[in-house]
Design a binder for this molecule. Structure first.
Ligand code: INI
Length: 159
């Protein structure tokens, strides 16, 4: 049945592509691990260091604005958003986490640019550590690869 169906998908070849990483300084201990893993993942798949730009913002709430600004330059093939919002640490968890997610979706659709969502939303610092390179992998690397794969898919759609 699927013989005559054309299926397109992305790949993980980062050669020649340009990446922005927007990372929060809040919960830096965690976010730095996400940043390191995102860069390592992109480098492993062929991205040049000179094609990766990291912007640091105060907290997750500021991520969407800076992502939008970078997207508007059209100088990036994909952007990776990295942060860590811990419920116990903030009574306004839902605002910070919700606005970050909503703002990134809006920017992604407005600029038709892949934005990897690597903003951890967790209840405890232990859960954050698990997702930043211990028990549950590293969500920074996952977000970077998702953005990369989507960027290559968009290119294929345009061809
Ligand atoms: N920012 C985060 O990235 N993570 C948090 O857990 C957090 N807490 O706990 O409040 C947080 N707050 C700061 C926020 O993102 C803004 O930087 C701040 O409100 C100034 O606009």
């Amino acid at each position: 049945m699927t013989d005559s169906v054309k299926t397109i998908e992305g790949d993980l070849n980062a050669r020649g592509l340009r990446f922005g990483i927007v990372a929060a300084q809040f919960n830096e201990l965690i976010v730095d691990r996400l940043v390191d893993a995102a860069i390592a993942a992109l480098r492993k798949h062929g991205a040049e260091p000179s094609d990766i730009t990291v912007a640091r913002v105060p907290g997750a709430f500021e991520i969407p604005l800076v992502v939008s600004k970078m997207a508007a330059t059209r100088r990036f093939d994909a952007i990776v958003a990295l942060g860590c919002v811990i419920r116990g640490a903030t009574p306004h968890f839902d605002y910070v986490a919700g606005e970050a997610a909503g703002g990134l979706t809006a920017a992604s659709l407005k600029y038709e640019l892949p934005i990897g969502f690597g903003v951890l939303t967790v209840d405890t610092i232990e859960q954050a550590l698990e997702r930043a390179g211990t028990k549950a992998g590293n969500k920074g690397a996952d977000a970077a690869l998702a953005a990369l794969e989507t960027a290559t898919l968009l290119r294929r759609i345009e061809q």
